[in-house]
Ligand binder design. Sequence first.
Ligand code: CTP
Length: 361
Amino acid sequence: MKIYLVGGAIRDKLLGLKVRERDFVVVGATVDEMLRLGFKAVGKDFPVFLHPETYEEYALARTERKVAAGYHGFVFHAEPSVTLEQDLARRDLTINAMAQDEDGNLIDPFNGKNDLDRKCLKHVSAAFREDPVRILRLARFAAFLPEFTIDESTFILMQEMVKAGEVDALVPERVWQETKRALECAKPNRFFEVLKECGALSILFPSIEKRFNLAIKLLNNAVKKSKDPRVRFAALLNNLSISEIKGFAKKLNIPREYLDLALLSSTYCGFIFDENSRSAEEILCFFEKIDAFRRPKRLNDLLSVCVVFNKLPKEKIQNYKRLFEVVSNINGKDVSRTKSGVEIKNELHRLRRIAIEAKLF
Ligand code: CTP
């Protein structure tokens, strides 16, 4: 049995980046042998195990072949006779198809190191087209390694895959997973640009494609001001209508916290930009409508998105924070206990409005 470190760990190590996760390939072993050594089987579709102590992933070397559409359309072949090279050959990009043996030697049958050096994202073989997730992964790697270019042959392959309808088979969870990861990268705009260039954007995100330049401009502004993927996402979607945002979220099954901030920003950024003309009553109603008294983080998140638009000086945004601080300190203890529920609510509203007025004028 031989064990090799493979995939992203080698790529990131050679790039001098922090390795987040290590995956291993085991050549020459059977399932029974792995179990006897104390590994825990976790793979549903193919033999993957967790190391008994480190819990890192160890997969038996395998080949795979697509026999039907969709995620489960693969036939896997994992036997002790499968070689490391065969396992590496089924992988997506040359930079992800390198391995390292236990003595630290690099095994690189597809010249991944050379592609790393020349900053090129290139597919390993025609098997790339068997998995449409790879289109998303490649776009995400373009966002993660922005100085890398996509090899022309790989780009043509991606275009062909899109034309053949492969992108239609992607499940929402994977689309969102890669999109979220792209939003966390150095240049998320590259993710959307690559998808646009290969024709996948109009299928996956038609509402972004419609006003692409503006969406990317807002996204780029957000990237300069915030690392928070929710803020970046809200900026990207800010020029969409509420129904477009909801449609987008439904299609991709987007987590609540992302949808919430996108809707909040699309609805209220305009209000905040108009700050000078707002009365104390309007400002207080705004705090109430966004539920800021119960969920103060919402106001902060919303203001983080507003900063992206460069429409207001920083002090104006700070003003909102100060006003909210003042009113949020006024609560039930400031109202007589003898009052009824509605009276307490009205009295709180009155006291808070007076406090804002005092700060505004
Ligand atoms: N892989 C692949 N095709 C996919 C997914 C993964 O060929 N659709 C291969 C690649 O060799 C990849 C490895 O499986 O390097 C491990 O996949 P994963 O852990 O998902 O990604 P990493 O490349 O390790 O990097 P990252 O975690 O940054 O995505």
